[in-house]
Write a protein that binds this ligand. Structure first.
Ligand code: GYE
Length: 299
């Protein structure tokens, strides 16, 4: 709503597009890079009027932010859902208000029909499969402790699926570190006590892996050797630890797709056809990574 300009294509010199973005938090290097990319894409000179709200990893904060966006009559809502379930009501409210929703990064499970206009993010299940393939080839008999991301988030659920289905008998234990360095460290401290036979940690992101490295070193063991580490994201600190041989393998998850989100928002607001889903491509890195690659990393 609220359009009154003369140009009927929004965001192209005529009306600006009012966008509410509910980011789930600032829990990791990945998230900070994603937020920077979003803020750089939704600027005034690119035709946007952005309201950005950080939910600090609390679903209730996200629901409140989305309701505020609906009350403000924004042209579009973009959000990264912290967990998969619990969105039915607020998605229905956005739908009733005829405000298009662009789902970013994580997916939802909902009974609302046609709950969002489009989704953009990475393929977490494929990332998990890439990790499994490396483990099977390079550490086939590993005894695995799985350091899980935020429980019930699609990033946790989908990365874990292939690990469980293909390496299930080798998993000695699991605990969540909520995608943060501090909780990753604490969960690893407890796991080192509980599962002294573990030889590998599969960490659902680099930040938790970096916390795990601290815990392993404090226990007098060598990360990357005594306990191998496989991780996800590929933020610079993670890649540096890979180069330093403290992490063994990292499956990339690319957070820099703000421009693509902005493009989708513009199209959806202007009633153009868009694909239901856009998948951001990822690579993977082993310890042969060069220092130049790491130094060139923007996040
Ligand atoms: O891997 C992690 C972040 O949803 C892909 O969330 C994202 C994940 C990412 O906290 O670092």
């Amino acid at each position: 709503g609220g359009s009154s300009g003369s140009d009927d294509t929004k965001g192209s010199g005529g009306d600006t597009i009012k966008v509410g973005f509910s980011q789930l938090g600032a829990e990791s290097g990945w998230r900070t890079a994603n937020t920077d990319s979003v803020k750089a894409a939704f600027t005034k000179d690119k035709g946007f009027d952005l309201t950005f709200v950080d939910a600090q990893q609390k679903q209730e904060n996200q629901i409140k932010a989305i309701r505020d966006f609906i009350d403000q009559g924004v042209d579009a809502i973009a959000f990264s859902p912290v967990v998969e379930t619990g969105w039915d009501q607020v998605l229905q409210e956005a739908k009733d208000a005829e405000i298009p929703v662009v789902l970013v990064d994580r997916t939802v499970k909902t009974s609302v029909s046609d709950p969002y206009a489009t989704y953009i993010g990475n393929d977490f299940e494929k990332e998990g499969e890439t990790a499994v393939a490396w483990i099977k080839k390079n550490a086939a008999d590993a005894k695995i402790f799985e350091l899980q991301g935020t429980l019930g988030s699609s990033a946790q659920v989908d990365r874990e699926k292939p690990v469980d289905s293909e390496l299930g008998s080798q998993i000695v234990g699991k605990a969540s570190g909520n995608f943060t360095r501090a909780e990753g460290k604490a969960a690893t401290e407890a796991a080192l006590q509980a599962y002294p036979n573990m030889t590998m940690i599969v960490s659902h992101n680099d930040d938790m892996a970096l916390g795990a490295i601290e815990a392993i070193e404090a226990a007098g063991k060598k990360p990357g050797t005594d306990i191998k580490i496989v991780s996800f994201d590929g933020v610079r600190d993670g890649l540096q630890a890979l180069h330093d041989k403290k992490i063994n393998y990292i499956v990339e998850c690319n957070p820099v797709y703000g421009d693509q989100i902005a493009d989708l928002v513009k199209k959806v607001v202007n009633g153009e056809d868009v694909a239901k889903s856009t998948i951001v491509p990822d690579e993977a890195f082993d310890q042969t990574i060069t220092q130049e690659t790491i130094d060139a990393r923007k996040y």
